[in-house]
Design a binder for this molecule. Structure first.
Ligand SMILES: N[C@@H](CCC(=O)N[C@@H](CS)C(=O)NCC(=O)O)C(=O)O
Length: 215
């Protein structure tokens, strides 16, 4: 069995954040297919064994079940040294961006994508407009932060980059955003992350195939 078993699937950018770390750091890992869409994470037996919060990613290692991509990335960085902040001040910055990512950036962007492309019943149009507006606001903030910068914190890639970039590779047909056309700094930074060792598109790196957007 591999040292790290990453439970999730390619549709989950949160799972992909951890997969990018494991691949780029050259760690011994394997993906374990878990589908939110198929209801796997709502199964009480799955929750009891892997994550009572009912979420992927779950990183299984040494008998531990680590959850929450931000906490997993912090744990991996601190235990392996890869993608860690260079200084204590940078560490606080990295945590700041990861918290913002989870609370605002990934949250609105991924929720808009989920409702737009994969929800069987789309929510009312005003809900979609609200989600898309918040996602656009946050994209604008990151676009501005990346102006003249190579990485989100300091002068090397850190777990802040891996966290924030998690949903940036999904197609516009799913997300409703054309990152390449409208957010050039984010697009260039995403390509720098994609040049890290072992990088593959989430639909190739993780199991579950390529979904067809419902709308
Ligand atoms: N903040 C969490 C978010 C995890 C999350 O929302 N995972 C989704 C898939 S991307 C999930 O498992 N959703 C199932 C559910 O909420 O019922 C993280 O970064 O790990």
């Amino acid at each position: 069995m591999s040292t790290y078993r990453l439970h999730g699937f390619g549709r989950s950018g949160n799972t992909f954040k951890v997969a990018m770390f494991l691949a780029a750091a050259g760690l011994d890992w394997e993906p374990v297919f878990v589908s939110v869409a198929a209801g796997d994470t709502r199964d009480p037996a799955w929750r009891a064994k892997y994550n009572p919060m009912g979420e992927i990613p779950v990183l299984e290692t040494g008998g531990r079940m680590l959850t929450q991509s931000g906490a997993i990335l912090m744990d991996l960085a601190e235990n392996t040294g890869h993608f860690a902040a260079a200084t204590p001040a940078d560490r606080a910055e990295v945590l700041r961006w990861i918290l913002w990512d989870n609370h605002k950036f990934t949250n609105y962007y991924s929720m808009h994508r989920l409702q737009k492309a994969f929800a069987p019943q789309p929510p009312p149009p005003e809900v979609m407009t609200w989600l898309k507006g918040h996602a656009a606001l946050n994209l604008g903030l990151l676009e501005q932060h990346l102006a003249g910068r190579t990485w989100v914190v300091g002068d090397k890639p850190t777990i802040a980059d891996l966290s924030l970039v998690g949903y940036m590779y999904y197609p516009a047909a799913e997300t409703g955003f054309d990152i390449k056309a409208d957010y050039p700094n984010i697009a260039a930074w995403s390509q720098r992350v994609a040049a890290l060792p072992g990088w593959k598109h989430p639909y190739e790196m993780l199991p579950g195939g390529v979904p067809t957007p419902l709308r």
